[in-house]
Design a protein around this ligand. Structure first.
Ligand SMILES: [Fe+2]
Ligand SMILES: [Fe+2]
Length: 151
């Protein structure tokens, strides 16, 4: 991963990552049979598309007004084994897959942030890391409610 020279470089990088996340969730949604799992993947895909749009419209002013409130981390996803993407993935498998993807996205943006010392470049990467952490928290909450509660 190269370090970024301009705000536009980092925005272009994030747009590419968000587009890839959107594609991953959409293609997985098309593969799975479980309607609940598909619905959740479609929801994640649309949120990643939202991230891409957010990056396309990013300005210094928007960055300055972003709410960087700390997002809790339940760390549920960190202790689960990876799952393979297959047609017969259950709702639980899809949740695990998504939690792992979101953790990886969070780690990627955090690592990129640490490579830069430009405040605005760091800001954009911290913003995206926060967004992915929110995703992970949302999924972990769902896992806690729907999977752990039934065990
Ligand atoms: Fe995203
Ligand atoms: Fe995400």
């Amino acid at each position: 991963m190269d370090s970024f020279k301009t705000l536009q470089d980092v925005i272009t990088f994030a747009i590419g990552k968000e587009e890839a996340a959107y594609q991953l969730y959409s293609t997985t949604a098309q593969r799975v049979q479980s309607p609940a799992a598909r619905k959740m993947l479609e929801e994640m895909a649309s949120q990643e598309l939202g991230h891409k749009r957010m990056m396309e419209a990013m300005t210094k002013e928007k960055l300055a007004s972003y709410d960087f409130t700390r997002v809790p981390d339940l760390k549920i996803g960190n202790y689960l084994l990876d799952v393979d993407v297959t047609e017969d993935m259950s709702f639980r498998d899809v949740l695990v897959f998504a939690m792992k993807s979101e953790e990886a996205a969070y780690q990627l943006y955090t690592a990129a942030e640490n490579l830069s010392d430009d405040p605005e470049i760091k800001g954009v990467l911290r913003l995206m890391a926060t967004e992915e952490k929110k995703h992970k928290y949302y999924l972990e909450t769902m896992y806690d409610d729907k999977v752990l509660a039934e065990m």
